[in-house]
Ligand binder design. Structure first.
Ligand code: CA
Length: 311
């Protein structure tokens, strides 16, 4: 998979030269010439790494760092600041603003590539980024959830799971299955980007299982949007014949034919706004129970725990 780098640099010839070199090195590069343009591009398509010039015509690299690191959906993207200045002051300011690394211009390309690779590696390791969906994994999920559970803020935890993945893989193979998972990851990221705020968090917590930590008032919107986009989009992963029949045919180990329905998405969640939740483990257990109930339905479904239990 190609790593995506967003380069934010206002001097066009320099930007073009860096972009050209990075592309030759095998990265996918998009370029922004102003801070705000860079900011828009980050939200359009979350990069794996941001390379940002310190001095830009509108907002500077420090400000950009601060804003990105304050956004729960973005803060895992490593940022390398580029500057012509060599002062230690700038370096400290950049680190305080949340930059992950710093490189002084002029630089050797070999050094730049090494820094990029080191930061990509570190972010994958630290944040346990899922390769297929580009979403954080289980540990960052626990981290985000425990912060919510400890704060006094109301929150909702919803689990999203796909039904029929195993059967789908049997008929369509591993590569198509990966494309389905990518599609679901993209759907969740897209929905959070459009309807969410910087406090919302999504992660991959199992094969075909996702978690979203959000505010109670947004959980329903997210769930309905995910179901809608999934139900429409999932059709593109099947042949016309299978779609017409509404099912796929799989061979059992004994050579018997059996059918399995088109994949569905099931969502279940809970919130501390409707019942007392003592810890993140409580939240996980309750949301899991509701998800299991939701999984019992034959069409895509969404349920929230509505039991009011104040103790
Ligand atoms: Ca500049």
């Amino acid at each position: 998979m190609t790593e995506k780098i967003l380069l934010i640099e206002d001097e066009e010839p320099i930007a073009e030269l860096i972009a050209l070199n990075l592309r030759m090195e095998g990265y996918e590069v998009s370029v922004a010439y102003t801070g705000y343009d860079g900011f828009d591009k980050i939200y359009e398509d979350i990069p794996n790494l941001i390379l940002c010039d310190l001095i830009l015509p509108d907002i500077d690299g420090f400000e950009l760092c601060k804003r990105i690191k304050a956004d729960e959906r973005m803060r895992r993207v490593p940022i390398i600041i580029l500057t012509a200045r060599k002062g230690l002051e700038d370096k400290i300011a950049a680190m305080k603003a949340g930059a992950d690394d710093f490189i002084s211009k002029p630089f050797e390309y070999e050094e730049l590539y090494a820094r990029i690779e080191m930061n990509l590696w570190r972010s994958r390791r630290t944040y346990d980024i899922d390769f297929l969906t580009q979403l954080p994994g289980f540990l960052p999920f626990l981290d985000a959830l425990s912060q919510k559970a400890q704060s006094q803020e109301p929150f909702s935890l919803i689990f999203v799971a796909i039904k029929g993945l195993k059967e789908y893989r049997q008929v369509y193979g591993e590569e198509n299955l990966e494309n389905v998972l990518k599609f679901v990851g993209e759907t969740i990221r897209e929905v959070l980007k459009k309807e969410g705020t910087k406090k919302d968090f999504a992660a991959v917590v199992g094969i075909g299982k996702f978690a979203i930590v959000t505010a109670p008032e947004r959980a329903d919107h997210f769930a309905h949007s995910i179901i809608k986009i999934f139900n429409e989009g999932v059709r593109s992963f099947y042949s016309l014949g299978d779609l017409e029949r509404g099912a796929i045919t799989i061979l059992t180990r004994r050579g018997m034919e059996r059918t399995a329905p088109i994949m569905t998405v099931h969502i279940g969640g809970c919130s501390n706004a409707t019942r007392k939740i003592n810890s993140m483990w409580d939240a996980i257990e309750i949301a899991d129970e509701v998800l299991e109930y939701s999984m019992g339905f034959t069409t895509s479904s969404y349920f929230m725990d509505r039991r009011k239990q104040y103790c």
